[in-house]
Write a new protein. Structure first.
Length: 256
């Protein structure tokens, strides 16, 4: 099994030394990838995007001390900082250096915790995505994968065939720590971080917004009305009543 972990560190101006190591999100998902490799057999690659700042190199070296098999620095300049450009670059880089069966993202990326980076990378690469996975494993027949994902309506079961992009929020896996032998090997002076030339970045083709309704407010109502109430529930009821008076909220005009 060929597994890729895309780290959250992306090129940005003004980096500080406090960001010079892997974040908890990276460490968590790297442990999951390594555990999956040990269970299924295979190879784990970590990838970061950057312009050869020492911080990106140190982050990749740190990942190697956990027993990672390969570390890649995809060289892109600091002006490629937007989510769409970073996602397009990541998608082309994984095509160039893969193929991969599983592409892991932690819950944090250039977009914070919103998962936009993972989704846009999956879209650009033409790969499905399993978001907010609490548990990811290979199917018993070895031909696909199973995942339990968090949603606002509760947990759902997902399954499919490889390849798959996974945004992992799993926290119950076996923790892993750097080994002395790996630390000595990584920091022995040998350059173990491979540099990948910047791919030709093609802009993502995103769906265009569709206007479904136009509303132009009447200009006759200029008075300010205060919403009163002793708690949030009373204030919400007062707000609905006012909206109903002006036909914003049908069915509430005559309530109260």
């Amino acid at each position: 099994m060929n597994i890729l972990v895309i780290l959250r560190q992306w090129p940005s101006a003004g980096k500080s030394l406090e960001n010079s190591g892997m974040c908890d999100s990276d460490k968590n998902v790297l442990c999951e990838a390594l555990n999956l490799r040990d269970e299924q057999g295979g190879f784990v690659t970590v990838m970061a995007l950057g312009d050869e700042h020492e911080q990106e190199i140190q982050i990749l070296k740190e990942a190697l001390t956990y027993g990672t098999d390969r570390a890649l620095l995809v060289q892109i300049s600091e002006d490629k900082t937007g989510v769409a450009l970073a996602a397009a670059c990541a998608a082309q880089a994984l095509r160039k250096t893969g193929p991969y069966d599983v592409i892991f993202f932690g819950r944090q990326a250039i977009d914070g915790d919103s998962a936009h980076m993972a989704v846009m990378t999956a879209q650009a690469a033409g790969i499905p995505a399993a978001l907010y996975s609490k548990k990811f494993k290979c199917a018993s027949d070895g031909e696909g994968w199973r995942a339990e994902s968090e949603t606002e309506h509760g947990e759902i079961q997902l399954s499919g065939n490889f390849p798959i992009v996974v945004v992992s929020v799993r926290e119950d896996q076996n923790k892993r720590y750097p080994k002395i032998s790996d630390i000595l090997k990584v920091y022995s002076g040998q350059n173990m971080v491979e540099k990948v030339a910047s791919p030709d970045i093609l802009p993502l083709t995103l769906p265009k917004p569709v206007q479904i309704h136009t509303y132009v407010p009447e200009t006759a109502h200029h008075q300010i009305q205060m919403i009163e109430g002793t708690d949030e529930e009373e204030k919400a009821a007062g707000c609905l009543k006012i909206l109903g008076m002006y036909s914003f909220w049908e069915g509430h005009a005559n309530e109260g």
